[in-house]
Design a protein around this ligand. Structure first.
Ligand SMILES: Cc1cc2nc3c(=O)[nH]c(=O)nc-3n(C[C@H](O)[C@H](O)[C@H](O)COP(=O)(O)O)c2cc1C
Length: 183
């Protein structure tokens, strides 16, 4: 069984990116699963808290979810043409202490997807992640792009994916990413 840990970078209950992550979980190939993790409860990074209290429990728990997986799927919104602060903050916490970076990130296969109500489908945010995943020594999969634009027409009010073409694209994306993770 191949396990991908998926994290959505939005805290909204009605998040398109969380809906995209749930859709991906339903489309995983045979002998694989998507473990849906969350950034909910991750505090703002504060070096004083790290120095005096250590790694907060929600951060430690998310770290272990990442470590337990064979690969990582970042499902990113786009804010002001870049990475939303809450998502970057969560990954920054996961990179602490830096002595843990090899265990948590080095060589870990990673793919990025995202959804936006606008017309560009998070392309700039996805690109903005690249220096971060490079710095953390991850193994990015560049085999395909998955840009969900005009998300209001792709998901219904309950967050189900209603666009058949996008569903097929997502199924193929996850299949090919899982193949990469296994290689
Ligand atoms: C501060 C802020 C900045 C945003 N900037 C962009 C942007 O640069 N590009 C874009 O496509 N959408 C932008 N949006 C709209 C988001 O794509 C939209 O709120 C989206 O629903 C967020 O993802 P979510 O549905 O998963 O929460 C922005 C939203 C906020 C709150």
């Amino acid at each position: 069984m191949t396990t991908i840990t998926g994290i959505s970078g939005s805290l909204r209950a009605g998040s398109y990116n969380a809906a995209l992550l749930r859709a991906a979980a339903r489309l995983m190939p045979a002998e694989s699963r998507l473990d849906i993790a969350s950034i909910k409860g991750i505090p703002l990074y504060d070096g004083d808290i790290e120095a005096t209290e250590g790694i907060p429990a929600p951060v430690a728990a998310l770290k272990e979810r990442v470590v337990a997986g064979d690969g990582l799927l970042l499902v990113t919104p786009e804010y002001n043409h870049s990475i939303p602060g809450v998502f970057k903050n969560a990954i920054d916490w996961l990179s602490r202490p830096s002595s843990d970076i090899p265990r948590v990130f080095n060589g870990r296969p990673v793919a990025i997807i995202g959804a936006s109500p606008g017309g560009f489908g998070t392309i700039l945010s996805q690109n903005a992640w690249l220096p971060v995943i490079r710095t953390l020594g991850m193994r990015p999969w560049y085999g395909a792009r998955l840009l969900v634009s005009h998300a209001a027409g792709v998901f219904n009010e309950t967050g189900d994916m209603i666009d058949d073409k996008m569903r097929e694209q997502l199924r193929k994306f996850m299949q090919e990413f899982v193949t990469f993770v296994r290689s």
